[in-house]
Write a protein that binds this ligand. Structure first.
Ligand SMILES: Nc1ncnc2c1ncn2[C@@H]1O[C@H](COP(=O)(O)OP(=O)(O)OP(=O)(O)O)[C@@H](O)[C@H]1O
Length: 316
């Protein structure tokens, strides 16, 4: 019991060769926790659902591939299809394996997968998020900057997503929590997506011990330098950065400011009790100052350099 429940957020506001390329040799798909079967799509169906992966259906490009909007099941299902090159260095199989075991309403959940006839590309079919990313909402001029109510709600929804991952058995460490991986669904709820770097297991597992540190600059835990350093507390650090970003409207790293790192700028201000200096000026003063203040205090604890001093999200 802790912050997430007492705040009642919704209303207040393979081992060393882990990606063994077994895409076409995959084990029987799991059922999701909501009991939906993970579907294996025919490649031809995905081609037709995305109008041949046309530019009109293109949603965006990430570091591992392109994402397309797909209309499936005679128009009854709108999904997003992530297309990546079949490559042992790309963890798509890992992403499917993990997503197939962690269904949660605050995640961008897996619907199915496919590969093309020559096994050159692999496809992950996930829930479609029509309202962009949290990064877009916070930083892009083409979106109206969200108000405090919405920001607090997003912050708590992402915390619930992370809590679901860390408290699953075995735990899942996302390793890439950042605002561009938080997508906004049709009801304007935040969902955590992109499990390309995620690890599922216990920290002492062999797979963990031979997976090099990874993540995104600005969100990456400075205490995560070696494979053996990985823990759920690295996600807690990234979540702390995300909180500071949500409250201040500043990017994790912004060269137009000095200091450029949101953590180096915000933590001393929080320490000095100067909460007002951190609040995003675009949204004015929060009505419920106490909630925003508690989130800032929580952010400061999450980004402590000593991982052992950070709170465990599974207990919030
Ligand atoms: N489920 C989805 N629904 C709608 N749009 C999506 C969905 N998933 C991804 N996108 C969009 O597709 C683009 C690429 O997403 P992707 O997850 O591949 O990369 P990224 O997270 O932006 O970058 P990186 O891979 O470097 O972390 C982004 O603009 C994202 O907003």
């Amino acid at each position: 019991m802790g912050y997430l429940s007492t705040c009642n957020a919704e209303s207040a506001i393979a081992v060393c060769d882990p990606y063994n390329c077994g895409f076409h040799r995959r084990k029987k798909p799991h059922k999701t926790k909501n009991n939906g079967e993970i579907r294996e799509f025919a490649y031809a169906d995905l081609v037709s659902a995305t109008s041949g992966f046309s530019s009109g259906k293109f949603l965006g490009k990430g570091s591992h591939g392109s994402v397309y909007r797909a209309v499936l099941d005679n128009g009854k299902l709108i999904a997003a299809v992530k297309k990546t090159k079949m490559n042992c260095n790309i963890p798509a199989d890992n992403e499917i394996e993990i997503l197939s075991r962690v269904y949660h309403p605050r995640l961008v959940n897996l619907i199915g997968y496919s590969s093309d006839t020559l096994c050159e590309n692999q496809f992950i079919v996930v829930e479609y998020m029509p309202n962009g990313s949290l990064y877009d909402l916070l930083h892009s001029a083409s979106y109206k900057s969200p108000g405090w109510h919405m920001r607090v709600r997003f912050a708590l929804q992402v915390a619930k997503a992370v809590r679901a991952l860390h408290s699953s058995n075995p735990p899942v460490i996302h390793r890439d929590i950042k605002s561009s991986n938080v997508l906004i669904d049709q009801n304007w709820n935040a969902r955590l997506g992109d499990f390309g770097l995620a690890l599922r297991g216990h920290v002492e597992d062999v797979r963990f011990n031979c997976t090099p540190p990874a993540g995104t600059l600005g969100y990456l835990d400075p205490a995560y330098l070696e494979p053996a350093d990985v823990s759920t507390k690295s996600d807690v650090f990234s979540y702390g950065i995300l909180l500071l970003e949500i409250i201040s409207g500043r990017r994790a790293i912004d060269m137009n400011h000095s200091p450029s790192s949101v953590v180096d700028w915000a933590v001393p201000l929080i320490g000095a009790g100067d909460f007002a200096a951190i609040c995003d000026v675009r949204v004015g003063s929060p009505k419920d100052k106490e909630v925003v203040r508690s989130l800032m205090a929580l952010a400061a604890r999450c980004v402590r350099s000593d991982a052992g001093e950070r709170p465990g999200i599974a207990r919030w």
